[in-house]
Write a protein that binds this ligand. Structure first.
Ligand code: SAM
Length: 321
């Protein structure tokens, strides 16, 4: 197992099934960009092998399936079947929720127990403006179905000054009413945002989010797990919410995340373009692949920021959000 001088080790693997997405969220995808998969994405059998190798070589115990949009990938069902056989403590998916209803049967038969659904507004018109596709009602129906199946649901909301500031408290109310933990994700300075003024114009930080919430709810801060990315709060007798405060309270010093992109590249850090192609290892014996992976993992670990996310031109949907 690789442990760096700050005591960090890889425990969480995020696997991007495809870079393709049925949305084109304004803050994720530059204007007019086609929602295509990456060139040469791993086939289902390559992905299966890659995940098995990385889970074992890195000592992963938590795995999150993401993308692009994982539920539109033909590899989703097969990967769930593979994950059923691995010794993992926690299997989760991050999805825009548009196709949750369609995928509920296969999810029900899997070991997947947690779903994060991205939802930036409860206003159907604004929804189409942010996601530039999809429809709000399908997401809300998907969330209700997941709750009925007793899956643990979290909602991810990215606060955007010009698009959903008025929605931050209503979404919290929606989540509290359903026993869902809301996670506000501070906008990250990635991809096209890094190249223009948009990031500064849209960013809303933790203190402002808390000020808005305090107008309606009283809350207190909770202790978080050592390598947790979120600062969590409790609203007494109502529920909890969290803020993934990349900018306000950076969590790089305890980061345990590793990413596998849909074309077989390992990324040790969201704030670093460096990556390591593991496709050549898929043709080698398991023993040799395991040894060679150790050296790639060591390099990926050294790519982690020491203190804070500094932004990167990489696009979240390409490396797996
Ligand atoms: N398609 C899935 C979804 O919508 O949840 C999974 C992929 S998406 C890239 C994962 C998460 O990343 C979403 O919750 C999205 O809001 C978030 N995201 C994308 N770009 C971001 C950025 N620049 N800053 C913060 N969050 C971002």
């Amino acid at each position: 197992m690789i442990i760096d001088p700050l005591g960090r080790r890889f425990k969480n693997l995020r696997v991007s099934l495809t870079a393709a997405c049925n949305y084109a969220c304004t803050y994720c995808v530059p204007d007019g960009k086609k929602l295509q998969p990456l060139n040469a994405e791993l086939s289902a059998s390559e992905l299966d092998l890659a995940v098995r190798l990385v889970v074992e070589a890195a000592g992963i115990d938590k795995l999150r399936i993401t993308g692009g949009e994982p539920l539109i990938s033909t590899k989703f069902d097969g990967l769930l079947a593979t994950l059923n056989q691995l010794d993992l403590n926690d299997i989760a998916v991050t999805t825009n929720g548009q196709f949750l209803a369609k995928k509920m049967a296969v999810i029900r038969d899997s070991k997947l127990s947690r779903i994060n659904v991205s939802l930036d507004t409860l206003d159907a018109t604004e929804f189409r403006k942010i996601a530039r596709s999809g429809d709000l009602q399908s997401v809300l129906t998907g969330i209700e179905l997941a709750l009925k199946e007793n899956l643990k649901v979290k909602v991810n909301t990215v606060p955007l000054r010009r698009a959903n500031l008025d929605q931050l408290v209503p979404i919290l109310g929606y989540c509290l009413d359903r026993g869902i933990e809301l996670r506000y994700i501070e906008l990250m300075n990635m991809g096209h945002l890094k190249r223009n003024q948009e990031y500064q114009l849209e960013f809303v930080g933790m203190s402002e989010i808390l000020d808005l919430i305090s107008e309606k709810y009283e809350f207190r801060k909770l202790d978080s797990a050592y390598d947790s990315t979120s600062v969590r709060f409790e609203i007494p007798n109502r529920g909890t919410f969290g803020i993934i405060a990349n900018e306000s309270v950076p969590f790089c010093r305890t980061c345990s995340r590793l990413r596998l992109s849909s074309n077989g590249l390992l990324f040790g850090c969201l704030s670093n373009t460096k990556n390591y192609d593991i496709r050549p290892l898929l043709k080698k014996s398991q023993e040799i692949a395991h040894v060679e992976l150790q050296s790639l993992l060591r390099q990926a670990m050294s790519d982690k920021q020491r203190l804070a996310f500094t932004g990167e031109t990489t696009v979240m949907k390409f490396i797996g959000g």
